[in-house]
Design a protein around this ligand. Structure first.
Ligand code: HEM
Length: 405
């Protein structure tokens, strides 16, 4: 991601971008960057709305909590149709780029499947079953690498069951979902994954047209929006959104919560002594190392944001991860502290596009982490191996080598 030297965000004084911040992070949007926080800290202080040259042209990187809130609360002036120029190129047209009534009607097709009511009994049981199946072979050993052996595939198994998609090889399927959302780094790979997913899903969609079941896919196939059934293309686009949204986010949350607890032993002890504290640890992890760091928006009129004039049609790279580390809103924001009860973090966004799967994500994380703590006594990081939380667009531990028993 490169800051743009020539572009000025205002038609008045050009922004002075010091040469040492031209290359902001020294990597691309999907690079395993370890510590973007000092850059964000400086941007929040000096350049809260910074023009950068992204893959899709000039965008403005927004880093302060208050500006991020202003954007997310106002879907009229800051439209989600920005996604049509980015992720929709591989997913197709989905709710994340829709606005107003069209957005509400389409979102209502899936929302009941992810509501707290729908998620209670049977789902809790299903989550515990999936978690136990993955933990069984791990519990027979004394050590494991929990990203590969547990966190990477658990949420994909769950979302595939809820949607009603049979998946043979979860690892390669998840890699395909990851390739899809890496379009900014590798457009050819992203488009190829989009095509592969369509080929995999088309026969399953056709089967549900013939024979509905009580799953989300049947609802998409047989449900109506304004008296119209969704076309195959619309359904496949929905699935191309739901699969990575469900799989690639929660695995990061579970891994980072584990990392946070295993590197903050005092807080880990508190969780072990009182499991109800786990929810606070998950919530603080969402703030401290937000799994999804950016959302996209586009201005619909000329306006001023963070003191910078923006023309209508400006693309915004809205950094919820930086907002959640804003020291003017969260005191000692870089510290992982599950006592702080930061229930106003923006890790799931805010407003009409607020994450449709937030209840599911929290429940999945809670079931998985409880199961791991139950089954793997004396859990600790293997100090002889390195593990770090990495990433720019998405963040989570690259690996979690642990010892137990
Ligand atoms: C820790 C896990 C998760 C995080 C951090 C996360 C984060 C987000 C964020 C930040 C947005 C807002 C996008 C925007 O405003 O443009 C969003 C939207 C969305 N999320 Fe999640 N998500 C998570 C888990 C899930 C799960 C498990 C699902 C289940 C399918 C899901 C489905 C969706 C959908 C469908 C949207 C689009 C909502 C809309 O445009 O109306 N997410 N998510």
């Amino acid at each position: 991601m490169i800051a743009d030297e020539t572009q000025t965000a205002s038609d008045e004084a050009p922004l002075e971008i010091p040469s040492n911040s031209i290359k902001l992070f020294g990597g691309t949007i999907m690079s395993p960057i370890r510590d973007p926080w000092p850059v964000y800290r400086r941007l929040r202080r000096e350049y809260p709305v910074l023009p950068i040259r992204g893959v899709f042209g000039v965008e403005h990187l927004v880093t302060r909590y208050d500006d991020v809130q202003t954007i997310l609360r106002d879907p009229v002036r800051f439209s989600s149709r920005a996604n049509a120029r980015g992720i929709s190129l591989v997913m197709g047209r989905t709710i994340i780029e829709m606005e107003g009534k069209e957005h509400v009607r389409n979102r209502n097709l899936i929302a009941p499947f992810f509501s707290p009511r729908a998620l209670r009994e049977e789902l809790g049981e299903m989550l515990r079953r999936v978690a136990q199946e993955l933990i069984d072979p791990i519990a027979e050993k004394n050590s494991a690498e929990l990203v590969t052996e547990f966190t990477f595939t658990y949420p994909l198994r769950v979302i595939a069951m809820i949607i009603g998609i049979p998946i043979g090889d979860f690892h390669s399927f998840h890699h395909m979902a990851l390739d899809l959302i890496s379009i900014a780094d590798n457009p050819a790979k992203g488009l190829e994954a989009a095509q592969q997913l369509a080929e995999y899903l088309s026969p399953i969609v056709a089967e549900r047209r013939r024979e509905p079941r009580p799953d989300l896919l049947s609802k998409l196939v047989h449900g109506e929006v304004e008296g119209h059934r969704l076309s195959d293309e619309e359904i496949i686009s929905f699935l191309r959104l739901l699969l990575p949204a469900g799989a690639d986010t929660t695995y990061r949350l579970i891994g980072t919560t584990l990392f946070a607890l295993l590197t903050h032993r005092d807080q880990f002890e508190q969780v072990l002594a009182d499991r109800s504290r786990l929810q606070s640890a998950i919530e603080e992890t969402l703030r401290w190392e937000s799994p999804v760091q950016y959302v996209s928006r586009e201005t619909t009129e000329d306006l001023t944001l963070g003191g910078i004039k923006l023309a209508a049609g400006s693309m915004l790279f809205v950094c919820v991860g930086s907002a959640n580390r804003d020291e003017t809103h969260f005191p000692e924001a870089d510290r992982f502290d599950m006592q702080r009860r930061a229930d106003d973090h923006v890790a799931f966004g805010f407003g009409p596009h607020f994450c449709a799967g937030s209840h599911l994500a929290r429940m999945e994380a809670s079931v998985a982490l409880n199961a791991l703590l139950d089954r793997l006594p004396n859990l600790r990081l293997d100090a002889s191996q390195e593990a770090n939380v990495v990433g720019l667009a998405f963040r989570s531990p690259d690996r979690l080598p642990v010892l137990f028993g």
